[in-house]
Design a protein. Structure first.
Length: 148
């Protein structure tokens, strides 16, 4: 009577398991042999050179840099107040029923503005000066005033 295919597969699987088990045992023995126990402290030391690379050579004491403690900032540096220059442009579009419009700057960029940011009664074609600030959807013109 012939043997079933299942027993052949079972034998192959068992051989594979035994082979993997033996390979694992061999790797473990190799690691133990190359473990390097008993090395001196000097052999185990690693240094970082001036470029940030790890080396086995200690750094040269002549190249040592000295820093003042006060010069080191651990937090985010304070933002210097930037003076927003007054920009100039022309009101290209204004919807009086909704209260918003767009200003074309002298460099060709369009900036959104709302009637609440204007200091006078706005009309299309007016030459204006303004500053810009970051809004939720992009740059907005604030402090819109008519140029004289």
């Amino acid at each position: 009577m012939a043997r079933g295919k299942e027993s052949f597969n079972k034998r192959d699987k068992e051989k594979q398991r035994q082979k993997e088990k033996q390979e694992k045992k061999d790797k473990m023995e190799e690691r133990r042999a190359n473990q390097g126990k008993g090395k001196s402290l000097e052999d185990m030391m690693a240094y970082v050179d001036e470029n940030g690379n790890i080396t086995s050579v200690p750094p040269d004491p002549d190249k040592k840099l000295v820093f003042n403690l006060e010069d080191i900032e651990v937090s985010v540096p304070k933002l210097k107040e930037a003076h927003d220059p007054l920009k100039e442009g022309r009101i290209d579009y204004f919807d009086s029923s909704k209260g918003f419009g767009f200003i074309i700057q002298s460099n060709g960029n369009k900036v959104f503005f709302h009637i609440n940011q204007a200091t006078y009664q706005v009309q299309e074609g007016d030459q204006v000066s303004f500053t810009v600030e970051r809004g939720p959807k992009g740059w907005n013109a604030v402090g819109v005033a008519k140029r004289t």
